[in-house]
Design a protein around this ligand. Structure first.
Ligand SMILES: Cc1ncc(COP(=O)(O)O)c(C=O)c1O
Length: 300
């Protein structure tokens, strides 16, 4: 790995497993742990570091000096990329869906502060960018530039995700994760032994596209995974009172912070599945905390 990335990785904290003590779980005879990737770093937290790491390493090995990527108004991915770019001395360009607002969102203010060039484009133009997946694909891209698709979701991202599975040192039956692009889920499916299941919880409404997107990132045939599409709570940027209440109660019980776009929905879904008897008595569940807590600022 590039020495600058090694240096950066050395500043990260450990992602521990936190066991959840909750009478509800005892009543249903299941065990739940949270893998705390949110603790890795205040900014490059959760799956962000995992997905960026090998992409940045490859980009640096190509002599890249500029990383270009895309994201929404509160994008955790662009936020982490802007910060990492600053730390590594790389120029970053963020292509953002929608118009520039005044003031910028707190997420975008951070990104500009860290030197990212923000380019605002229409929703239809944004959709076009989704067609480019390979690092050199983007029309007009220069040899010194590296393109990262939305959410950093490509095959190199999967390699970083695989590493988190290796860190889990307890036996378990199911590993759960929130899904945006589904790349993190795909990385887990590729890595987990087939007797363990991988459960994805879609953050977006109408996310039936996810199954084929995930399939396209898999290295083989797997039938140990499932995606739940009904815990989106109205879509990406919505905060329904029912979800807010669940998150507050969970945070009070556990002192683990959640955010409403990804991790809140996933944990709501896990609790709902437990209540409905989806998990067998004695089963051991691990939920991946994919960070993204900065995005909470969009909801205050
Ligand atoms: C906090 C958080 N959790 C989960 C995800 C979903 O990751 P993926 O796009 O790999 O499905 C994202 C989006 O990148 C995210 O920001």
């Amino acid at each position: 790995m590039h020495p600058e990335l090694i240096k950066l990785e050395q500043t990260l904290a450990k992602s521990v497993l936190t066991k959840i003590n909750d009478p509800f779980l005892n009543d249903h005879q299941v065990n739940l742990w949270i893998k705390r990737d949110d603790l890795l770093h205040p900014i490059i937290s959760g799956n962000k570091w995992r997905k960026l790491k090998y992409n940045l390493d490859y980009a640096l090995s190509l002599g890249t000096d500029t990383i270009i990527s895309m994201g929404g108004t509160y994008s955790n991915h662009l936020h982490a990329l802007a910060y990492t770019g600053k730390m590594l001395g790389l120029k970053t360009i963020g292509i953002i869906r929608g118009e520039r607002t005044s003031p910028l969102t707190p997420t975008q203010q951070d990104m500009e502060k860290w030197g990212m060039e923000l380019r605002f484009i229409s929703r239809s133009a944004y959709r076009e960018y989704r067609n480019y997946n390979h690092h050199g694909d983007l029309p007009g891209i220069e040899p010194n530039q590296y393109w990262l698709p939305e959410g950093g979701a490509n095959k190199l991202a999967l390699k970083g995700i695989a590493e988190l599975v290796d860190e889990i040192d307890i036996p378990y039956d199911a590993l759960c994760v929130a899904c945006g692009t589904g790349a993190t889920l795909a990385g887990l499916i590729n890595t987990l032994p087939k007797q363990q299941s991988v459960l994805g919880f879609a953050a977006l409404k109408s996310a039936s596209f996810l199954a084929s997107d995930v399939q396209s990132l898999l290295f083989g045939e797997f039938n140990n995974w499932e995606i739940f599409l009904d815990y989106h709570f109205g879509g990406f940027a919505k905060l329904k009172p029912e979800l807010a209440l669940f998150m507050n109660q969970f945070e009070q019980k556990t002192s683990i912070p959640l955010e409403p776009v990804y991790t809140g929905k996933m944990l709501y879904g896990i609790y709902d599945l437990i209540a409905k008897g989806y998990f067998k008595p004695g089963q051991r569940i691990i939920a991946l905390h994919t960070g993204g807590l900065q995005g909470k600022r969009g909801f205050v």
